[in-house]
Write a protein that binds this ligand. Structure first.
Ligand code: SPV
Ligand code: MN
Length: 608
């Protein structure tokens, strides 16, 4: 009470006392976020078996359990006042949703401690940082948040009476002997836009439960629409250019398409998942609402991911591993370690080499969606401006999907609107084996944000157009494609090539290199890439490779425009400008086809 009474906001007190009455925890712990609290929460997680010890003091393991290993799309709903249908978004009438939650949370915290944490979704002391309160009965969730976000109880004490803040209420509900949730059928993730409050019940998986991550993201998207700023599913990185200048990029990629690896390959990093972007004096300024990474661990190995791997094996660094294999000797194993896995416990219970499920299928030692939770500050290439209250100026925005046959490896759009439409709104990605369903099928993935949108993708597109109008320095928008394949099915590029694309984009932002004009945008000239490949990677880049990679595949582009057109045609609030830009692109492609044929060698394009 003493901790809480320092915060004068009466509405907060009322809300907390209401949920305490309904959920009936046996005690309440107000988290200030200092070291003492951190240790208290971590100890609690170990005591109640939400986390298990490993051979390193600072490393723990958490298991979500078989039914709870990923985001629950079906039960995640946006609560709206009118029962509006929004294409691609799961909505529900607000009253009904709130009533359902109220029923589910009755007495749900009985016998448990409730934690209340105060957080800043961005640098402390920034006018652009949203505030948030998290209530949870899970010490794992609070422990994760203390690693992933900036605690800021002090800001709540200081805040002026009308300051808005997001509220998150989570309960893992009952757990069984293995620590898994018992009441899967009462799992709900409801986001109430009106009160900027989200609720999660009967789940542990961080993508459902960590209010500050993807639930707050849905709320910032909505608040951004009302206030005229952008909330993006993007990393924020810095790329070094001549004279030591740093140019900042944000980048959006669907899961499994190179987002994390790009963020780690850049020269500096500010964030790996989310970006809030405001217009300040005509400049787009980005902040990272997060302070840590909740990253996929599957496949992380010392050769391809040295920066992450180093953190994951360092006894000095706080790491929570989830849904990996915890061997009996206290060693953590995931797919990417060089040794063979030994017996232990994993996301499916006890595990031993060769263990099979009921259908006789081998149970993987570590789950494909296994994750690590750790601090960004451990990265040696952390950007010095990561806590700058003003954020960093965005020079370029990158969109990239998994595309075997259409986009070239890197291309600049003609202007902001053209980029928003043809790179962002038109983003597609081929499904990977990690997602249930047929792999290789192309999915609509606008802005890589579809799973998290709380507003129509038509409105989100209009918001980008309007945002651009306020800017005197518009970011250049680029499309990248790391997954282009040759006619024989092999990838045309190596993983490291993305370094060259980043450097080329950096040069373009400063107009330090020219470009070739294609019907779909501006592509690199051969000589510029040859020089960059040699300088950055010590690699010889042959004209033949360039030609194959940068051929403009006209029929593929035309087919893509048809697909995208027919999707947006069914979204009632799509801005007319989107169709105009698609139409212009189609006309350009047809004109180029008349002149050069279906497959256009970059050597035939005009240099500017
Ligand atoms: C993503 O899936 O985009 C993630 C992980 O960043 S989750 O927190 O599950 O959303
Ligand atoms: Mn994400």
């Amino acid at each position: 009470m003493e901790r809480l009474s320092k915060i004068s906001d009466q509405e907060l007190h009322r809300w907390l006392s209401d949920i305490i009455m309904v959920t009936e925890p046996s005690s309440v712990y107000i988290v200030l976020g200092d070291e003492e609290d951190f240790n208290y929460i971590k100890e609690a997680a170990l005591k109640n078996k939400e986390e298990l010890k490993t051979k390193h003091e600072r490393h723990t393991v958490h298991f979500d359990g078989l039914p709870d290993l990923a985001r629950d799309r079906k039960n995640t709903k946006i609560l709206t006042e009118q029962d509006m249908e929004i294409p691609f978004i799961n909505t529900m009438k607000r009253d009904e949703g709130l009533a359902e939650i109220k029923d589910i949370i009755k007495g749900i915290m009985k016998g448990k401690e409730m934690y209340v944490g105060f957080f800043c979704l961005g640098p402390r002391g920034s006018p652009y940082t949203p505030l948030a309160v998290q209530v949870t009965d899970s010490s794992y969730v609070m422990h994760s948040e203390l690693i992933l976000y900036r605690p800021c109880y002090e800001e709540f004490i200081r805040m002026s009476p009308n300051t808005k803040y997001f509220r998150f209420l989570h309960s893992a509900g009952e757990r069984d002997g293995l620590g898994w949730i018992k009441n899967v059928e009462r799992r709900r993730i409801y986001i109430d836009l009106r009160d900027e409050t989200a609720y999660t019940t009967n789940s542990q998986y961080a993508g459902n439960t960590i209010g500050l991550k993807k639930l707050a993201f849905r709320l910032t998207i909505h608040r951004g629409l009302l206030e005229g700023w952008l909330s993006e599913h993007m990393f924020i990185v810095g790329v070094k250019g001549s004279g030591g200048r740093i140019t900042y990029f944000t980048g959006a990629f669907p899961a499994g398409c190179g987002k994390t690896s790009t963020a780690l390959m850049a020269d500096t990093i500010i964030g790996d998942d989310l970006a809030l972007i405001r217009e300040v004096n005509g400049i787009p300024m980005a902040i990272n609402p997060e302070n840590g990474m909740f990253g996929i661990i599957d496949g992380v190995n010392p050769i391809d991911d040295p920066k992450i791997y180093e953190i994951l094996i360092s006894p000095e660094d706080d790491v929570i591993f989830s849904n990996v294999l915890l061997e009996d000797n206290g060693e953590v194993w995931w797919n990417g370690k060089s040794e063979e896995p030994r017996s232990g416990i994993n996301y499916a219970g006890k595990w031993w080499p060769g263990k099979k499920d009921e259908d006789g299928k081998e149970i993987k030692p570590s789950h494909p969606n296994a994750r690590f939770t750790t601090r960004l500050s451990y990265l040696k290439h952390l950007d010095p401006r990561v806590n700058d209250p003003q954020g960093v100026p965005v020079g370029g925005m990158i969109f990239g999907g998994r595309d075997s046959d259409t986009w070239v490896p890197v291309e600049e759009s003609f202007n902001w609107e053209h980029g928003v439409v043809t790179k962002g709104a038109a983003l597609e990605s081929e499904r990977t084996a990690a997602v249930i369903g047929k792999s290789g099928v192309r999915e609509f993935s606008p802005y890589a944000i579809l799973d998290f949108l709380s507003i129509s993708v038509g409105k989100f597109t209009q918001l980008h157009f309007d945002f651009g109008k306020k800017l005197s320095r518009k970011p250049k928008i680029f499309g990248v494609n790391y997954f282009l394949k040759g006619s024989d099915g092999r990838f045309l590029n190596e993983k490291v090539d993305k370094k060259v694309w980043l450097k080329w984009m950096e040069l373009r932002i400063h107009d330090d290199v020219g470009f070739l004009e294609s019907p779909t945008g501006r592509i690199p000239a051969y000589n510029d890439l040859e020089e960059l490949f040699s300088r950055e990677l010590g690699k010889e880049y042959k004209p033949k490779e360039y030609e194959e990679q940068f051929t403009i595949r006209v029929p593929k582009h035309l087919a893509k425009i048809e697909r995208i057109w027919s999707v947006y045609e069914k979204i009632p609030d799509t801005p007319q400008l989107l169709f105009e830009i698609l139409k212009e692109e189609k006309d350009r492609l047809l004109a180029y086809r008349d002149k050069f044929g279906d497959y256009i060698s970059p050597f035939k394009l005009d240099k500017r």
